[in-house]
Design a protein around this ligand. Sequence first.
Ligand code: CA
Length: 230
Amino acid sequence: MKKKRILIIEDEESIAELEKDYLEMNGFLVDIETDGSRGLEKSRDDLYDLYILDLMLPGIDGFSICQSIREHSDKPVLIVSAKKDDIDKIKGLGLGADDYVTKPFSPGELVARVRAHLGRYETLTGKKEENHMVEIRGLKIDKTARRVYVDEEEKILTTKEFDLLTFLAENPNHVYSKDELFRKIWGMDSVGEIATVTVHIKKIREKIEKDNSNPQYIETIWGVGYRFKI
Ligand code: CA
């Protein structure tokens, strides 16, 4: 998954660095701009997935930056300010910020809000990046190349084995009956037996499991079906 890029526009360097450290620890890419005008300039690149904006800045203030971002982008904007009044003002001006955090705040809280807004943005815009790689405990499925690796060693699967494994791996922790799997992978109109599913699961296990009697990936739920372990 591509890392999300965040722009922090904040003139108090200690605060900016603290935010950056926490966000980076949580897997985000972070740039800091301590000057309003330069921050505004950077925000125009449309390179960022989310903006964290202080209000009182040298150069151009956060109000104007927020307004300018909204003219070209609907990416989440989080306002961080020491003054409750400023937050009321920005709400009053209807500048379209997505969230407000008052200083001092806990970095953990900020990270949680960043995550929530990125998630909400992706859901709203349907811009959730399709993940072409499924990776679980040494098992790697490359959906684009339709290749499967276990501990970096390629395993050759047939088309239906690949489809079945990928379907289960992308919907982990959910029990599917043989009947459901047959309909999903082979299609409603397919001629065949539900036992085909059992045969394919067995073949997949022979290829990807170290010990077939104790499968690490696809579990058999007796009397119900199969479940991909996470
Ligand atoms: Ca400031």
